[in-house]
Design a protein around this ligand. Sequence first.
Ligand code: GLN
Length: 377
Amino acid sequence: MNPQFETMKVSIFEEMSLAAARHGALNLGQGFPDFGWPDPLLDEAARLVREGSNQYPPSRGLPVLREALTAFYADRQGLTLTPEQFVVTSGATEAIAAVLLAALEPGDGAIVIAPAYDAYAPLIRRAGGHVQEVVLRPPTWQVDRASLEAVITPATRLLVVNNPHNPTGRLLDARELQLLADVAREHDLLILSDEVWEEVLAPGVRFTSLASIAPERTIKVGSAGKIFSLTGWKVGWAAGPAELASVIARAHQYLTFATPPHLQAAVAFGLGHGEWLDGPRHGFARARQRLAEGLERAGYALLPSEGTYFQCVDLRASGIGLDDRAFATLAVEQAGIAVIPLSPFTEGEPERGLVRLCFAKRDETIDGAIAAMATAR
Ligand code: GLN
């Protein structure tokens, strides 16, 4: 078997979810909500299945979904995309895989800004590329020109950006977005902009897509699972310049070929009802505050979170001497709560004193998590 996979670790999300199940622990590790989906989408998907939406759809995605995405992004982000610029995929992770396979040739370099979502590096290597890691540091997690330019070589072909940023919960500011666009232009890099958290924002925070700043070179990745709190549906997409989208579509056709048509059509239906996102947005804002206040009462020091449904805890500043993995093991085995350690998100020299909790949970789950965290220290 291929040693690249034989030696690969199990994803930290899977590892912690399995540990949570094994120990009967609350799971605030892997990011998935336990409320917030619009019920009409469930009814619509069920109706579509019963009425025969069960055979292969077009590989690039149902036209109705690509049209709905075009309208949704024009309305919410002022983007001037067309339906031809979208490729629908089976989740954003497949979109990331398709983009990297389509964009990279053997020997190409791809910049990853760490801590980084754990799929990027293995997929870059699978595509024959090598990872050029830029490591950000807390508490600001700011990107600067010098650290980007320090890793760029003549082989660098692509820059992976994740905004809002998982696992830190940071939003890139206007100056950083412009810097990334400028550096990409100066070195003629493609930008893979993973924007799956674009609709999961703290109150008062505004999101800007890199696709509005560098549309000629940005491939934007999005996720219905994140927008509608239906992570198991695995409906995602990539959108970019039409000639790049066609190449991404070629890569996608030999990954999953297509994505279940009833789910695509139900997502299209939901995208036409932006008002269905208001309730969950308020619910997540309340949950964000409830978890943060509870953790602070329990003596934990928190890092700022402006986007995503994640809250990071600084163990050292909380007076805890354990490293992140040791704390996560103790928390799931003895305190009954699964969290995600941040060190697996950096390949070079990671921070070892931070853990991430998902707050997209009902009040009783949050309260149970706060009580469990209080016993973990
Ligand atoms: N994006 C999710 C998270 O950060 C996990 C996705 C997955 O497990 N594949 O928790």
